[in-house]
Design a protein around this ligand. Structure first.
Ligand code: R2B
Ligand code: URA
Length: 309
């Protein structure tokens, strides 16, 4: 683990960090000269998705449901918003990681260091995002058991110094089960998630700028094979998040709304109201789970009291 709070001493996953006098988290415009403990010390959950607008709406929704006096007027992001956007509401961070694995990778390194410096303990990461459903209707909540990479393998693979490394991409089982329990009554499925490196070519779309060079029949056979293997949705970050968290020892889960059914088409034609209502489902499931877990420690009631002070 990253911290030894009793000794007040920070222990990092990366031993090299102790040699830095000041660590600059460049993409957030935060540095360890700031009081990270005050900023992030109580964080228990990080909810992350691709879009900054959705992170903001999600944070405001959580604040309303926690009876916290945080509003559109006074909710401010932490750090710069040029690349990523971070909000904090009580012990929950709402963060936008951008699109794709290179983008979420940078955010996870810097955010995890920030939480280590803050001596936050027992925090969990949950991607609450959007995806293309595979034989799954729009609005369905897809809970990931395991992510597959571009080669449909159950690991994240990358090269360091010219050598391949692999991280396992399974969701944390207790966290996943808590989410499934909180989602009872919602349209929800569990299954594998295919994490593609692109939105068009690698997701077998036929509506990109280039000739896809495969037929509808070939694509259907591919999708049918994915479904038979247990894949229920396609997105662009789960394999990195789950791999990183396996390596880091951070419990992590992925809960996405299906915003279209890829067996029926490629284009996302829903209105912005429909898209917001699709995203509302996984957001509410995750909030229900978090509130349930926090209530075990009496925290939800403490939030209620804060209002009356
Ligand atoms: C889902 O939606 C985004 C692409 O539109 C990407 O971030 C993802 O995983
Ligand atoms: N996000 C994706 O990556 N793919 C989709 O089809 C929809 C959302």
């Amino acid at each position: 683990m990253s911290t030894n709070p009793e000794a007040g001493e920070i222990t990092h996953r990366n031993p090299n960090l102790k040699n830095l006098n000041v660590d600059v988290l460049y993409h957030f415009d935060l540095t360890t000269e700031m009081d990270f403990k005050a900023m992030f010390g109580d964080v228990k959950y990080v909810c992350m998705g691709g879009s900054a607008d959705r992170a903001r709406e999600f944070a405001l929704k959580a604040a309303r449901q926690m009876n916290l006096p945080i509003t559109d007027e006074n909710l401010k992001p932490i750090g710069k918003t040029e690349r990523y956007t971070i909000y904090k509401v009580g012990p929950i961070i709402f963060a936008a990681h951008g699109i794709g694995m290179p983008s979420i990778s940078i955010m996870l390194h810097e955010l995890t260091k920030a939480l280590e410096y803050a001596q936050a303990s027992d925090f969990k990461y949950i991607r609450v995002g959007t995806s293309g459903g595979l034989g799954v209707a729009p609005g369905t909540v897809v809970v990931t058991e395991e992510a597959l990479n571009d080669d449909l393998r159950p690991y994240f693979e990358f090269s360091v110094l010219g050598h391949k490394r692999r991280w396992e991409t399974k969701a944390d089982i207790p966290l996943m089960n808590a989410i499934l329990k909180a989602g009872e009554g919602f349209p929800m499925v569990r299954g594998k998630t295919f994490t593609a490196n692109g939105f068009y070519d690698e997701q077998a779309r036929m509506d990109g700028a280039l000739d896809p060079d495969f037929t509808v029949e070939q694509r259907r056979a591919y999708f049918d094979a994915l479904r038979a293997d247990g894949v229920r949705n396609i997105e662009m970050e789960a394999a990195y998040l789950l791999g990183f968290c396996t390596e880091a020892g951070i419990p992590a889960a992925v809960v996405c709304a299906a915003i279209l059914n890829r067996l029926k088409g490629d284009q996302v034609t829903s209105t912005s109201e429909e898209l917001a209502s699709y995203s509302d489902n996984p957001e509410q499931v995750v909030l229900n789970m978090i509130f349930h877990e926090l209530a075990k420690d009496g925290d939800v009631w403490r939030f209620g009291e804060d209002l009356n002070q």
